[in-house]
Design a protein. Structure first.
Length: 439
């Protein structure tokens, strides 16, 4: 079974880490009720057209014909036969999606998906992504990281810095990193309103620390790798077990630089200054839809941690074809910031077909203007107490009970009232009310 998701509320009990994590990978398949599941790491969510087509073809030839994006911008294939592992690996290697057999599960890197496309961020962090991935795969010690350990590379706008990564590198105003170009001179309020920055090109945050460490120009990726290695060294020295830095915050030194404010807000769907952005319902898209993405792209796709895709350089006149293919292309939908776990029939632990139930609630809002509500807090449907795939920060927690759903606001600093138990037909209205809770 997959590892137990982490508790997110401050002071919550740390899960038992006395065993190796069981995160699936491209070579380590997880057996689910609907067949094998493979998770392919995509650092920064980056895909070439050729790689995207290869994934679509693999899903049709080996799996259920659909691809599933994750909250880390990775992609999953489901419904795989138990004996397809070798063929899947061969297909991935052929297009550069499996550069290291020993490190494939630790290539967990999220990056600001709009970096370099507008005038908001300070640095085009894609150069950081590629350098970090290459050096991570070349470092023997890095294979000892958990398959859940997460790196975040934020261009200064504060989006992926809010995703609760283990090691976060945030570009600061005042200079671009060596080997990467500044994406513009503008700065968002979210990137600057939180106080002073390092005065240099970047600041490094460890776990959930409230202060960071200044990073010298040209040393950005080195600082990220040094922090991850220091975490492993400190664990060995202490004899303690952990998958994440936030589980052992006392093992590494606290920084001195106040961190900028962050906000895990997805890129808006539609036409953007530097390309197009589309949303996928619950992160799932068929092979045919993936081919439509490739047809609309200008050679590159960036999967986002919010289960969408950014197409750099793609012209606005390709949006109608993407909408016709089933992607979300217009803002204001009830589907914005709405996610769900796999649920039945794919997961035996689930108490409901949560995606079908969630879709009905969201479509109620779309059709009538009432119900599951747009805007406000993100909402996540779960089939059991594990809450797989839930968002970072605060969110509306909708969990199956076997007789209906329990709706509440979850996450740190929540001030919501008692959970509300609702029947299926009452769920849409209860979710809409909870989403209107002050963010």
């Amino acid at each position: 079974m997959p590892p137990t998701p982490d508790a997110t509320a401050p002071g919550a009990a740390v899960p038992d880490r006395g065993r190796a994590d069981a995160c699936p990978g491209a070579l380590r398949l997880h057996t689910a009720d609907d067949g094998g599941l493979a998770r392919v790491r995509l650092p920064g969510g980056l895909l070439t057209d050729r790689q995207a087509i290869a994934l679509a073809e693999a899903s049709q030839a080996l799996g259920d014909g659909e691809l599933e994006t994750t909250s880390r911008g990775n992609v999953q294939l489901r419904g795989l036969a138990s004996d397809c592992g070798a063929e899947l690996a061969e297909r991935l290697r052929a297009v550069g999606l499996l550069p290291s057999d020993t490190h494939e599960r630790v290539r967990n890197i999220v990056a600001s998906p709009l970096a370099g496309l507008d005038a908001v961020g300070h640095v085009d962090v894609q150069a950081w992504v590629r350098e970090l991935d290459a050096r991570l795969c070349a470092s023997d010690w890095a294979a000892g990281l958990s398959g859940k350990f997460l790196f975040a590379l934020d261009d200064g706008r504060g989006d992926v810095a809010a995703l609760d990564a283990d090691v976060t590198l945030i570009a600061a105003s005042g200079g671009a990193a060596s080997g990467s170009g500044a994406s513009g001179s503008g700065a968002t309020a979210s990137a600057t309103s939180g106080g002073a920055t390092s005065g240099g090109p970047a600041v490094l945050r460890l776990g959930r620390a409230t202060h960071g460490h200044p990073v010298e120009a040209g040393q950005e990726v080195t600082a990220v790798l040094d922090a991850a290695r220091a975490f492993l060294d400190a664990l060995r020295g202490s004899g303690r077990k952990a998958w994440h830095l936030r589980e052992v915050p006392d093992l590494l030194p606290t920084g001195s630089v106040p961190l900028p404010a962050t906000s895990a807000v997805a890129a808006p769907v539609g036409a953007l200054p530097g390309g197009l952005s589309v949303g996928m319902r619950f992160g799932r898209a068929s092979a045919a839809q993936w081919r439509a993405l490739v047809a609309a792209s200008a050679g590159e796709l960036r999967l986002t941690p919010w289960r969408g895709a950014v197409l750099p350089g793609a012209p606005a006149d390709r949006l109608p074809a993407l909408a016709a293919a089933g992607f979300r292309t217009e803002p204001g939908s009830a589907w914005e910031r709405a996610t769900a776990c796999t649920g039945l029939p794919g997961c035996a632990k689930s108490l409901a077909d949560v995606r079908a139930d969630a879709a009905r609630a969201l479509e109620t809002r779309t059709a009538t203007g009432t119900g599951a509500g747009t805007g406000g807090l993100p909402v996540h449907w779960s089939g059991c107490e594990r809450r797989c795939g839930h968002p970072a920060g605060r969110w509306v927690d909708v969990i199956a009970t076997g007789h209906g759903y329990r709706v509440t606001v979850n996450g740190p600093t929540t001030t919501a009232g008692a959970p509300v138990d609702v029947r299926y037909e009452e769920m849409a209205e209860a979710v809409a009310e909870a989403r209107r809770t002050t963010n």
